[in-house]
Design a protein around this ligand. Sequence first.
Ligand code: LLP
Length: 417
Amino acid sequence: MDSFKYQNNELYCEDVKIKDLAEKYGTPLYVYSKNTIIDKFKATDEAFSSVDHTICYAMKANSNMEFLKLIASIGGGGDVVSGGELYLALKAGIPANKIVYASVGKTDDEMKFAIESGILAFNVESEPELDVLNEVAQKMGKKAPLAIRINPDIDVHGHPYISTGKSINKFGIDINTAYEVFLRAKEMDGIEIVGVHSHIGSQILNLDYFNASAKKLFDFVTKLREAGIEIQHVDIGGGLGVHYPDVIEEYAEERKEVPAPAELAARVIEVLKPLNCEIIFEPGRSIVGEAGALITQTNYIKYSRDTKFIVVDGGMNDLIRPSLYEAYHQIVPLTYTDGKLEKADVVGPICETGDFLAKGRNLPQVKRGDYLAVMTAGAYGYSLASNYNTRPRPAEIWVDGDKVEVIREREKVEDWI
Ligand code: LLP
């Protein structure tokens, strides 16, 4: 779905002119297309329809309550990584038996809460964690549902901070030792083995990596079954990349083909189907990434000897991806102008050299007061936002056709006194 597009030179989100939102609600402002989220989720769900499956939305991408309620209403589960996420997921109506829980550092209290709630699986990331989980469950007189996260040692060649499936990463248990750990787990009174999990990284555009991971999971489950260990589900993690789109072609500097969920599902199902297991997929970015934009207003145009800076009111505290991962987000003006393009750095007001939204980017002439949209900011935008430099976090708004709803109020500095 083309949720952000120009009409009469003004950028719209669905049927709403974004400039009207910026003027009414102020900037920086997160604007989302609700129908994009629905479309992306449904396409993903449909992609796996030939097998028993659950789509567990990775809520770390954006855990706004309205997003979660929407996901729950269209049949989604949740991938959580903290007690806080589990709490919100349950409050939003995501059924506990559709929730999987990863994290290398689950606390005893978090484990208790998740066992009490009746989640589908703990994706356990180490042997010490398994021992604690067994102990906690036994004390409660219960069995904790276990899916060990195996680390398949697959290099997805992405940014090192978002690659997780190599043996040098902190995640999961090495695939060569995980078998023994499963054998131990089988003997534990507080553990019930239910599945196997793996997540190899994020913003993956090459489906061969998913296929390779599925093959390793297939072999692994086959070996477990030979040892008499029954496995009910295989969780392939998340990680499908998105298009960091080029709303205006001529400004585009980076264009990559993004596989559709159906292509990903086909590559995974062809390998895993003979296992007759439920398949769990944990997408975050590919559900909400393209659904959002960060709207920011130009405050100053500043020139140094070498560089033109467009100083805007959105900073790394609002959207840290460019600073942290050197991530590319296309930046476009809310009012289209077809004049001469000029290279500029788009920087925020934060007292850090690393505070930028774009560097050396071809942009049209903008002046003080002009609004810019930082595209594809729906995933890991607000959820990574902070109050650094004592800046209140932006409001979040979603658009459904011509309807507009504030789904999180802008924070106020007065609230902190
Ligand atoms: N499952 C697990 C176990 C994960 O660790 C993650 C993401 C996902 C699923 C969802 O991955 P996705 O489908 O969204 O790629 N902040 C970074 C991304 C960090 C991803 C962490 N784990 C960024 O802004 O690019």
